[in-house]
Structures are given as C-alpha cells and as structure tokens.
Design a protein around this ligand. Structure first.
Ligand code: AMP
Length: 172
C-alpha cells in the first residue's frame, strides 16, 4: 500500500483554490500498481456474493470495471444527469467543491441483488451517499463501498447510511 500511496500526486488548488486534488493517474499508468489497487479493492468482497459492482462517473468507472471482472460480477454505471439512455432515477448531492446530481437505470439491479459500490476518493461523502440512495431506491442490497483514498478529516464515512467503508489509503 505504501507503493500505491507514493504514486498519488497532490495537485494544490485544483479544480479551485483551497482543494488539494488527489491525482491517481500515476497509479493507473503503472501496470503493477494498477493491478495491486484493483485486487486490494476487491479483496474483502471475494466471498460476499456480490453480483454487480457500481462505479461513479468518471474515475469510479476506471476502478469499478476491473473490480467487477475480478469478482465475476456485472458493472453498473452511476452517471451525471442526462447521460443514461433508459429510464432513470436521480439524486442530488453536494460535493467538496460544488453541487451535482447522479442517475442510475431503474433496472440496473434486481431487488435484493448484492451490489458493491466503488470510487476513487471519498471526501465529504455526498457523492457516495447519493449513489447509495440510488442503489437502495432500485432495491439493491449495498454490501460495501470500496474506495482507494479516504480524506478522513472530512468525515465522509458517517454519510454512508450504514454501508461499510473499505478505504485503502487514509489522509487524516
Ligand atoms: P465527496 O462527495 O465530497 O465525497 O467527493 C467525492 C467525489 O469527488 C469523488 O467522486 C472524487 O472523485 C471527487 N473528489 C472530491 N474531492 C477530491 C479530491 N480532493 N481529490 C480528488 N478527487 C476528489
């Protein structure tokens, strides 16, 4: 995990002043690190009966799709408004830097289906909380939220409505 942490690049004042952006592209560019990251995200959920992995647009897709492959599960896109073509449900949320909405297809999971949520970073937890609300709205059983980086000083873990957080690297 130290090797992975060393590849996370801090970009001060991006996308706006006061935000230190955690840039994971150096991790994604390194084949060994990328593989180790995907395996570590999936590890606790290998025997959990997860049949779908949901990823949050856009960096979440990058991690959720290989995690889904590793777990033998399908993939669910959680997207920004207006991107999904079929019937959707929508949730609004506040970001560390702004507000936005997320949507999911109404048939993305069956009632009671076990779903793992994946993203790159949890900051305030608003994004993940909205994704969890969407998954629960369509009846999914959200078994966990696997995330590469937790900015724990923002207390996002408390926003997850009881869904267990699996974070690989924490910044206090
Ligand atoms: P939040 O809703 O505040 O937990 O923000 C999480 C979402 O915003 C994730 O999808 C991240 O990709 C992105 N994000 C928020 N803060 C940062 C940050 N400091 N560095 C990188 N990504 C961030």
């Amino acid at each position: 995990m130290d090797n992975l942490s060393a590849l996370i690049r801090d970009i001060p004042d991006f996308p706006e002043p006061g935000i230190v952006f955690k840039d994971i592209t150096p991790v994604l560019a390194d084949p060994a690190a990328f593989t180790a990251l995907v395996e570590a995200l999936a590890e606790p959920f290998r025997d959990s009966g997860v049949s779908k992995v949901a990823g949050i647009e856009a960096r979440g897709f990058t991690l959720a799709t290989p995690v889904a492959g590793l777990l033998g599960a399908g993939f669910i896109p959680v997207r920004k408004p207006g991107k999904l073509p079929y019937e959707t449900v929508r949730e609004d949320y506040s970001l560390e830097y702004g507000t936005d909405s997320l949507e999911i297809h109404t048939d993305a999971a069956q009632p009671g289906e076990k779903v793992l949520l994946v993203d790159d970073v949890i900051a305030t937890g608003g994004t993940a909380a909205a994704a969890i609300r969407l998954l629960k709205k369509i009846g999914a059983d959200v078994v966990g939220f696997a995330v590469f980086i937790e900015l724990s000083f923002l207390n996002g873990a408390q926003m997850l409505d009881g869904v267990p957080l699996h974070a690989l690297v924490k910044y206090d």
